[in-house]
Design a protein around this ligand. Structure first.
Ligand code: NDP
Length: 478
């Protein structure tokens, strides 16, 4: 098996070690073997990005726009093949994986246009005869540290705006999913990226990630992943005054009111909680249901759960693929046990499944009659596990929805305009969904949360420029 290499300073280079990319649906299937970088190689990538920055940041928006458009098109042209690779290495169903690849292509296309929209301000000065202008410039070298759950879309929504606005990139993907990162790098190289502007350094977070975070030549760090890692990265970045942007966990509520359309409520809950194996930071892990619909809702969700097929993601009939790895599977099973011990009532699933191949399959879990203080309602599980909390009325449901240290996405299912409007205004979350699942977002509007879910400026859409550019105010005497 040929070893897929890192890309540093315009060259494909051997690593100091290698790692095997294993299919979580079939552990006998080796997706590929990938080089892992050490700290020295990570520093070489940073130095290359630093050296390339002056020319790239001055290259002009036409060149950058065309490059991004080519990258986006090449991704879209290879949607099926890249979707299969993604499904094999991460485990989400093939249709979800192809959808994610399509999303990555659209993001590059979007930023190829967005870069042409960059504008500043000219204002009269308060001092007669002077003019003040406000412009945006590229930040510099950006370190990107990404998670395993969206192996191509999350890198795309960091890399595309970074390159669009004239930054250079050092990209460190999660160790579990080097395949999509490597394929994306091949596309970026084929599209004609100048040497040093984009660098791929696969390897362990505690080595490669840590080097990126602490190197003084890295001007900004964009991170998505767990709360603990995010906190440590923020502390290190702020300590040396680098710009930092973090997207972390969620404990997202989906409120279902008595007047909800039951079918909509069930689809929102099942899609939001269990699709993509529940491995989404926007997953609806807390289902907050008012008394009048509680029993009917639980019954209908149970019926729907029985129709879901768990299996190999490449099988077109599969709705839910495996958990990403053994460690995550054990974490999910542990939380199901904790919920039971704390008094939750497990009414569906929650156990490991043995299927025809040796993989990390889990039956989605539904735990009812839970209370807000239980750990299952406070800590992110990051798997196909949802808990149900009974609420007295809308006001109580809103209070429960906001009773969390997270604030990424919050949803409500109701036919009441009054309650939907009130919820949009008062939900303490960065994203609010009315009659749609808490997961599933557009690429041209901001993505991000409040409280413990996010830190720094928003990602995606035109709001991404806040992180990837820095503002300059110039005064001119006429
Ligand atoms: P991590 O936060 O550990 O990993 C995210 C990224 O950070 C990976 O690229 C990882 O590299 C890197 N990293 C790890 N340690 C360091 C470090 N010291 N310095 C710099 N970078 C580092 O998440 P995990 O993948 O371990 O998942 C653990 C839990 O995090 C999940 O169970 C889930 O609860 C949550 N999570 C949340 C996500 C979200 O989108 N909200 C996404 C993924 C996970 P490497 O892979 O090499 O360790």
């Amino acid at each position: 098996m040929t070893i897929k290499r890192n890309y540093i300073a315009g060259e494909w280079v051997e690593g100091s070690g290698t790692t095997r990319n294993i299919n979580p649906a079939d552990t006998s299937d080796i997706v590929g073997e990938y080089a892992t970088a050490d700290a020295e190689q990570a520093r070489a990538a940073i130095a290359a990005a630093y050296a390339a920055f002056p020319a790239w940041s001055q290259a002009g928006i036409q060149q950058r726009s065309e490059l991004l458009d080519r990258i986006g098109q090449k991704i879209l042209d290879r949607k099926q093949e890249l979707g299969e690779l993604l499904a094999r290495e991460e485990g989400k169903s093939l249709s979800e994986a192809i959808g994610e690849v399509g999303r990555a292509g659209q993001i590059f296309k979007y930023f190829s246009g967005e870069v042409l929209q960059l504008r500043g301000d000219i204002q009269p000065s308060v001092r007669p005869g002077l003019e003040a202008s406000v412009t945006r410039e590229a930040l510099g070298v950006i370190g990107m540290i990404t998670p395993w759950n969206f192996p191509i879309a999350i890198p795309a929504w960091k890399i595309a705006p970074a390159l669009a606005y004239g930054n250079c990139v050092v990209f460190k993907p999660a160790e579990l999913v080097p395949g999509s990162a490597h394929a994306l790098t091949e596309i970026i190289v084929e599209a004609g990226i100048p040497a040093g502007v984009f660098n791929l350094v696969m390897g362990p977070g505690r080595v490669v990630g840590d080097t990126i975070v602490n190197d003084k030549c890295v001007d900004g760090i964009s991170f998505t992943g767990s709360v603990n890692t995010g906190r440590n990265i923020a502390a290190a970045a702020v300590g040396r005054m680098a710009k930092v942007q973090l997207e972390m966990g969620g404990k997202n509520p989906l409120v279902v009111l008595d007047d909800a359309d039951l079918d909509t409520a069930v689809e929102c809950a099942v899609n939001g909680a269990y699709f993509s194996t529940g491995q989404r930071c926007t997953a609806s892990s807390r289902l907050i249901v008012t008394e009048g619909i509680y029993d009917r809702f639980v019954e209908a969700v149970l019926e729907r759960l029985k129709t879901l097929k768990i299996g190999n993601p490449l099988n077109p009939e599969t709705h839910i693929g495996p958990v990403v790895d053994e460690r995550q599977l054990q974490q999910n099973l542990k939380y199901v046990e904790i919920a039971k011990e704390e008094g939750g009532n497990l009414v569906f699933g929650g156990e490991q499944l043995q299927l025809e191949t040796d993989g990390f399959f889990q039956q989605p879990a539904l735990i009812i009659d839970t209370t807000p203080e239980m750990r299952i309602n406070r800590e992110e599980v990051f798997g196909p596990v949802a808990s149900v909390i009974k609420a007295r009325d809308y006001e109580h449901a809103l209070e429960l929805a906001n009773d969390t240290e997270f604030g990424l996405s919050a949803g409500i299912v109701t036919q009441s305009l009054k309650h939907a409007t009130h919820f949009k205004r008062h939900a303490q979350a960065g994203m609010v969904m009315v009659n749609v699942p808490t997961a599933g977002v557009d690429y041209h509007v901001p993505f991000g949360g409040r409280k413990g879910s996010s830190y720094g400026s928003r990602e995606q859409g035109s709001y991404a420029r806040e992180f990837y550019t820095t503002v300059k105010t110039a005064y001119t005497s006429a």
